[in-house]
Write a protein that binds this ligand. Structure first.
Ligand SMILES: Nc1nc2c(c(=O)[nH]1)N[C@H]1C(S)=C(S)[C@@H](COP(=O)(O)O)O[C@H]1N2
Ligand SMILES: [Mo]
Length: 364
């Protein structure tokens, strides 16, 4: 490894103490959804959660942007946005969730972006299937992996890198994996990948590389930092781990009532209250059931009509709120029979926490 000033940082340790200044720094630069805005079926672009590892690249002139396609291809390409916009367009409504959403609710927690449970949003993503570009370049028969590199660069645990991820050729060639230039019908916002990003529907967000400027066809598995050292489920230090891929089944509710400014504690007036929420899963698996929990007793919520394949599904529950303290919860099940756990499983990096969402309320 090249010498760098962050080569041997003080190793981070799991903690269950107060949030550190470094976590607050990350939470200021990144942000989650506002749960009340789950009422929107498509998240307004400015309310979409944000997760950037490094600095947002400054791109003053999108027309000068080039996407380079190289490695083991028959025709290396250098494509402008105009070239990409000339390819057959496709729009998909896709729910994106950060694999670290819920990290701060795991005890002990990994010091990183301290997500509670709001790193999720749904957009109408417009671009062209990635397969259109890969076919034009032509993969050699011995290609086993395709890497995607963003224009943002920095360090993690002493490793300097541009943010990069890979997909196996079968996933990369799937018709729903998109090279995207528009979000909700508008050019991508700078923080969401302007001018060009990948969207890998059904997968946690880390696969959807922003500020995409290089695609490379490889004859060996890609060994970029974010692929092999970061997004791996691990239960212990010695665990070789399992790569993080598809999203796990999950649901969230719009907390009813009104909040206390500092604590966020909720106050609800007694009587009929409709509680709204959304549920989603990975791999385009439909949501088949959402249950609503009141002090540990579960009943079925009412589902909205089936949603777009990769988008969250709305649900509602009519709750007769009685005076006192209550714990509300929601729990989704998908078509594969997967159901959310009541409590999070431990994961070293804090990935894949799909435990049920609980909200404490006081009813007066
Ligand atoms: N180039 C680049 N792409 C990236 C990231 C990044 O830091 N750099 N973050 C990834 C992660 S971890 C997530 S969850 C999503 C977040 O996308 P959003 O900020 O548009 O919601 O982008 C992914 N793509
Ligand atoms: Mo993420």
């Amino acid at each position: 490894m090249q010498h760098n000033p962050f080569f041997d940082p003080a190793p981070r340790q799991h903690t269950d103490g107060l949030f550190a200044r470094e976590e607050v720094y990350l939470a200021n630069r990144n942000h989650g959804a506002l749960l009340e805005m789950l009422r929107h079926e498509v998240t307004p672009a400015g309310l979409h959660y944000l997760l950037n590892h490094f600095d947002v690249p400054y791109v003053p002139d999108a027309e000068a942007w080039r996407l380079h396609v190289g490695g083991r291809v028959s025709t290396p390409l250098s494509l402008s946005l105009e070239d990409i916009r000339a390819l057959p367009p496709k729009t998909l409504r896709v729910t994106l969730e950060c694999a670290g959403s819920g990290r701060a609710n795991i005890v002990p927690r990994w010091p990183s972006m301290p997500w509670l449970n709001t790193a999720v949003g749904t957009s109408e993503w417009t671009g062209t299937p990635l397969s259109n570009v890969i076919e034009r370049a032509g993969l050699a028969a011995d290609v086993v992996d395709v890497s995607f590199t963003g224009a943002d660069r920095g360090f993690d645990k002493g490793h300097e890198h541009e943010y990069g991820r890979s997909l196996t050729p079968d996933v990369a060639m799937h018709n729903d994996v998109l090279l995207v230039y528009a979000m909700n019908g508008q050019p991508l916002l700078p923080q969401h990948g302007f001018p060009l990003r990948l969207i890998v529907p059904g997968w946690y967000g880390m696969a959807s590389v922003k500020w995409l400027h290089r695609i490379e066809a490889l004859t060996m598995p890609y060994d970029g930092y974010e692929q092999v050292q970061s997004y791996i489920y691990k239960t212990g230090a010695a665990d070789r781990g399992v790569p993080v891929t598809q999203m796990r089944v999950k649901s969230l509710m719009v907390p009813p009532g009104v909040p206390d400014w500092f604590t966020g504690a909720r106050l609800v007036e007694a009587g009929q209250v409709t509680v709204y929420g959304r549920a989603w899963s990975g791999n385009g698996a439909p949501i088949t059931k959402v249950e609503f929990g009141i002090d540990g007793a579960w009943s079925n919520a009412e589902l909205d009509p089936p949603a777009a394949k990769y988008a969250w599904r709305g649900w509602r529950f009519d709750w007769d709120a009685s005076r006192g303290e209550h714990e509300l919860a929601c729990r989704a099940t998908d078509d594969n029979g997967q159901t959310q756990p009541l409590t999070p499983a431990f994961d070293r990096g804090g990935f894949g926490n799909n435990a049920v969402h609980k909200v404490q309320v006081t009813v007066r």
